[in-house]
Design a protein around this ligand. Sequence first.
Ligand code: NAD
Ligand code: UDP
Length: 308
Amino acid sequence: MRILVTGGAGFLGSHLCDRLISDGHEVVCLDNLFTGRKENIAHLLANPRFEFVRHDVVDPFKAEVDQIYNLACPASPPHYQYNPIKTVKTSVMGAINCLGLAKRVKARVFQASTSEVYGDPQVHPQPESYWGHVNPVGRRSCYDEGKRCAETLFFDYHRENRVDIRVARIFNTYGPRMLSDDGRVVSNFIVQALRGEPLTVYGDGAQTRSFCFVDDLIEGVVRFMKQTGTVGPINLGNPDEFTMLRLAELTLKYVGGKSKIVHKPLPADDPRQRRPDITLARRVLKWKPSVPLEEGLKRTIAYFRGRV
Ligand code: NAD
Ligand code: UDP
């Protein structure tokens, strides 16, 4: 198949491009390189089945493709809050442009939605049936509400225009090719520990997240796109839940060195807890993550060693 990946030069997008190329597909990678890097896809540029297009998803685009994966959107809080209006445009206009193209060329289209649609959840763990607890006017809203609106657009195009959609709610995913200045917790802690700097735990560190290694996530995404049993929304993530303090301790243990833990103020609207209910993914995709946090952390640390 010929497949368009928006955000294909980013962390998840570049791993997805690798997977699709190794599965024998042709890949068009579209990215404006805001948080993505050519370095992430440099090894693919000489492949005749791979094409890079520098473009912004806010502006319409054309491509004769069989499938579209829409991943274009900054994912780290400091990056999506850098220009919040642009973040909303990227989510909403990007979705409209992908859906319009999918409608025209009759392509199946995937949306990288997020656990952020659940906000600071009052139901734990979060099943897909939970509608969420989201502040519409806070610092995280440009991302959360942008992604919620994108989900709405996907389901309206599906109902109104019979566009063949797949909507996945991705929970915190980490691994090689995250940016060293990404701002997300796993890369922050690893980079700080490798540099011998203090690890910055926000708040008391009792808040929880559930971390999925990138290889597991990509397997889930590809399986979801292949099957016809559900259009979603479907949770994809690792249900093993950790406090940020525990993550800091594990990072220190595997990196070694003498870094201390320091506490910094908790950002506004920071969710207290987050863990996916993956019953649906297990049943429909026969999928569950297989890389434990300890192993994934070691593989991510190996990537950052020598780079920071
Ligand atoms: P990332 O920042 O590494 O990748 C995003 C990519 O999109 C980058 O290459 C960036 O340059 C590109 N991009 C941003 N705005 C664009 C625009 N207007 N036009 C074209 N390209 C643009 O982040 P990631 O972790 O790889 O996330 C990829 C997708 O998955 C995002 O949509 C994100 O919301 C979603 N997601 C990621 C996670 C996670 O934990 N990694 C969790 C939930 C959802
Ligand atoms: N966090 C932290 N130190 C950091 C970066 C983040 O303690 O240097 C915390 C953050 O407050 C949040 C959790 O780690 O509670 C996950 O943050 P991240 O930005 O990775 O993802 P998100 O909040 O979007 O799930």
